[in-house]
Ligand binder design. Structure first.
Ligand SMILES: C[S@@+](CC[C@H](N)C(=O)[O-])C[C@H]1O[C@@H](n2cnc3c(N)ncnc32)[C@H](O)[C@@H]1O
Length: 228
């Protein structure tokens, strides 16, 4: 790089390169995922929604969220585009009834109606093909449960490329595709401010000095779709 060149900004967010950014730091990504605790209201709702026979987690990353609900199902598949995240998850998060599959949300290697519950938390895939695919592999009467960002808050404001307009358009698209939306809170908490700076600096691509607390409240949209 010559003097005066602007260093490249590594974009993070919907439709960007989360899979390649986080694929380079699976252990850090997993530690971030562990830090995301659903508040009691969201946790209660997720508990009511996530039970059945076959669960698919789309864009599961290291499968840390998948593992939280695995014991409520007979069999579980964690699908992600990143081979590195799936490999890390296979070693650290896999349960006996759970398999990792490397693949894309826009063309999933499963027959129609394979799953009665589909989970997707902060999946960074583009919706246009992924949502019809999720509906295709969902069985009749089954549900898709999606969590994503919805506000400029303590977490999202750390992402240099965060766009409320883009996130609002994504959430509107879910509503237009038959998903019911409600708003909730996720508490992101680390053992110390030093750890928070290290993990959030890497995950969000921000200057660690921007992280001023070891605890952050993250506002989220919960989207639920039921197939008739
Ligand atoms: C912010 S992470 C969320 C991971 C996990 N669901 C969680 O809550 O910790 C976004 C994930 O989306 C995955 N991803 C991005 N595009 C994808 C695609 N087209 N198909 C499958 N996974 C994708 C990335 O590899 C990454 O693991």
């Amino acid at each position: 790089m010559t003097r005066g060149d602007i260093p490249p900004v590594i974009m993070r967010g919907h439709g960007t390169n989360f899979h390649s950014v986080y694929g380079n730091l699976p252990a850090i990504y997993d530690a971030f995922s562990v830090s995301e605790v659903f508040d009691s209201e969201l946790s209660g709702l997720m508990g009511n929604l996530l039970h059945g026979t076959r669960l698919l987690d789309v864009a599961a990353g290291t499968g840390e969220k998948t593992k939280r609900y695995a014991s409520r199902f007979k069999s579980v598949v964690a699908l992600d585009k990143s081979e590195a995240l799936a490999s890390y998850g296979t070693v650290h998060n896999r349960t006996d009834n759970m398999n990792f599959v490397v693949g894309t949300a826009s063309s999933m290697p499963f027959p129609d109606g394979s799953f009665d519950r589909i989970l997707t938390t902060w999946g960074s895939f583009t919706m246009a093909k992924a949502v019809p695919e999720m509906k295709r592999v969902l069985s009749k009467g089954g549900k898709i449960i999606r969590i994503g960002t919805c506000e400029k808050d303590g977490l999202t404001s750390l992402f240099p490329s965060f766009s409320l307009r883009r996130v609002s358009a994504v959430n509107r698209s879910y509503r237009n595709r038959g998903f019911f939306e409600s708003r909730h809170k996720v508490i992101i908490e680390f053992s110390s401010l030093k750890v928070a700076k290290k993990i959030l600096g890497a995950i969000c691509g921000c200057n660690p000095d921007m992280v001023i607390s070891r605890k952050i409240i993250h506002e989220v949209a919960l989207h639920v779709y039921r197939k008739h």
